[in-house]
Design a protein around this ligand. Structure first.
Ligand code: FAD
Length: 391
């Protein structure tokens, strides 16, 4: 069993089965040994540590949840703790895994035919290929359900894709990118498995980010990209099918938000013990304790929420609104928490060296991606009032 009264104050990790706990301990050891020492440097240089891709595959990070590949019966609660553990050390690596496992393999699981699942998921799971998920566009983000401009036109047994995508994670080096586009015949959103060496496909790195700098995000241009009908996701017939994927990934992003907050909190607790001002460790000053206790309160409340949303997923009753409320709430609490933890470091809190600034900066992208705070709020507002305020 896990140690209580740390950042998991109420001991939620004890809900995990023994094999799940063992997998978390193994992952934690790998991350501390191999990822933590390089995380700040990769962030500073805006480089993704590609050397972690294969070892993370060996730890089963891209195999969770898929019938064909799962290493053992694992729950959504377990997959959540995996996302938490990754983000606690490096939210960029957590985002890489979220795209590879949740968005790329997750789309194939939810929207692919049996043949498509059998062909692509094992290759993603083993880390042989890297996947990406292209929904957002330069002119369409929050309104993706209505506003996509990328088109897909059928000509016999093939489709021609034209348009542009923006912010696509892993896409500077992905082997395959899921592209969401509007069918020019019926105006519905459909999904396509696009190998990135297809003629007419280009991906260019987005430079100058201040958040999740190690994640490689790309602008993609699609100019008369031709893909066969066999690469159209056979069970993606409208945006409702895209939303099924996002329902699961938004819950996992919420877990990563809790992990990112815990990373900052762990560093703040250690610093409160070490740093001496006015003749005593700063943890002995009342207002410093207040920062720590408010942070722990946010983390503990958020953990309760992510555990419950994943239990609902395990029971098969999770709704879009459950994920939306969880994402809006936990990312807001994360943003407060990382700011309080950074504050506790004074000046040292603005340098990478003290292991809090990265969590502070990474919170911004986590807060905005996979549906902004506003959009997730409006999804919940619609179910409360019966009125959609965003169409
Ligand atoms: P906009 O939609 O332009 O919104 C701008 C602001 O207006 C926001 O505050 C928004 O909440 C607000 N707003 C918009 N409409 C309303 C409304 N009706 N009412 C109230 N407020 C409103 N996308 C992918 O497809 N694949 C990826 O892998 C991916 N990875 C990402 C990684 C990073 C680091 C980042 C930053 C983004 C990533 N995204 C990805 C895109 C991300 O999902 C979008 O940025 C996000 O959905 C918001 O869209 P937008 O940036 O176009 O903002």
């Amino acid at each position: 069993t896990f140690e209580l009264l740390g950042s998991d104050f109420f001991g939620y990790e004890n809900l995990l089965t023994e094999p799940e706990q063992a997998a978390i301990i193994k992952l934690r050891a790998y991350l501390e040994k191999e990822v933590r020492p390089i995380a700040n440097g990769c962030w500073d240089r805006a480089e993704f540590p590609t050397q972690v891709i294969k070892p993370l595959a060996e730890l089963g990070m891209y195999s969770f949840g898929w019938e064909s590949t799962k290493p053992f019966e694992n729950s959504a609660v377990f997959r959540g703790f995996v996302a938490l553990e990754l983000a606690r050390v490096d939210a960029s690596v957590a985002t890489f895994v979220g795209v590879q496992n949740g968005l790329a393999a997750g789309t194939l699981e939810a929207c692919g035919s049996d043949e498509q699942r059998a062909e692509w998921i094992p290759r993603l799971a083993s880390g042989e290929i890297v996947g990406a998920f292209g929904l957002t566009e330069p002119l369409s983000g929050s309104d993706a359900a209505q506003g996509l401009r990328t088109t897909a036109t059928r000509n016999g047994d093939s489709w021609t894709l034209n348009g542009a995508k923006r912010w696509i994670g892993n896409a500077t080096f992905s082997d395959v990118t899921i592209i969401w586009a509007k069918d020019t015949a019926d105006n519905q959103v459909k999904g396509f498995i696009v190998p990135t060496d297809t003629a007419g496909y280009t991906a260019t790195k987005i430079e100058g980010k201040i958040s999740l700098r190690a994640v490689q995000n790309a602008d993609i241009v699609l100019t008369d990209v031709i893909v066969p009908e066999s690469l159209r996701l056979q069970n993606a017939n409208s945006f409702k099918d895209t939303a099924k994927v996002l329902r699961a990934t938004r819950a996992e992003v919420s877990w990563a938000a809790v992990g990112n907050a815990i990373g900052a909190y762990d560093a703040a607790v250690a610093y409160a013990h070490e740093r001496v001002q006015f003749g005593k460790a700063i943890g002995g000053h009342q207002l410093v304790q207040d920062l720590l206790v408010k942070s722990l309160g946010n983390i503990t409340a958020s953990l309760g929420m992510v555990v419950r949303v994943s239990q609902l997923q395990d029971q098969g009753v999770q709704r879009d609104e459950h994920s939306a409320l969880t994402k809006a709430y936990t990312t807001s609490r994360m943003r407060e928490t990382v700011a309080w933890c950074r504050e506790l470091f004074g000046g040292n809190g603005v340098t990478l060296e003290y292991n809090v600034a990265r969590h502070f900066a990474d919170a911004e992208a986590i807060y905005s991606y996979e549906g902004t705070q506003e959009m997730n709020t409006l999804i919940v507002g619609r179910i409360i009032t019966g009125q959609a305020a965003f169409v």
